[in-house]
Design a protein around this ligand. Structure first.
Ligand code: ZN
Length: 73
């Protein structure tokens, strides 16, 4: 039996152990469950993870713009 899982780094840490590493199936079905590679907590489905990977850089940029705007008198 071959191991069809791989590891990825998530932008958000595991709520249980704080690890950013997750383990998921290489098949990448949207319904596949993604687990924390450190404590095996369920982090969500692959579609959740993909959404988070796409949205995170955008929200960080928005936060930065907001910070700059707040600095103006
Ligand atoms: Zn964990």
């Amino acid at each position: 039996m071959s191991d069809l899982s791989e590891e990825m780094r998530m932008p958000t840490p595991c709520p249980d152990c704080g690890s950013h590493r997750v383990r998921l199936s290489q098949i990448h079905n949207p319904e596949d469950k993604v687990f924390c590679s450190s404590c095996n907590s369920l982090r969500g489905t692959y579609s959740d993870l993909k959404k988070e990977l796409i949205e995170e850089p955008k929200s960080q940029k928005e936060a930065l713009i907001e910070e700059v705007a707040n600095r103006k008198p």
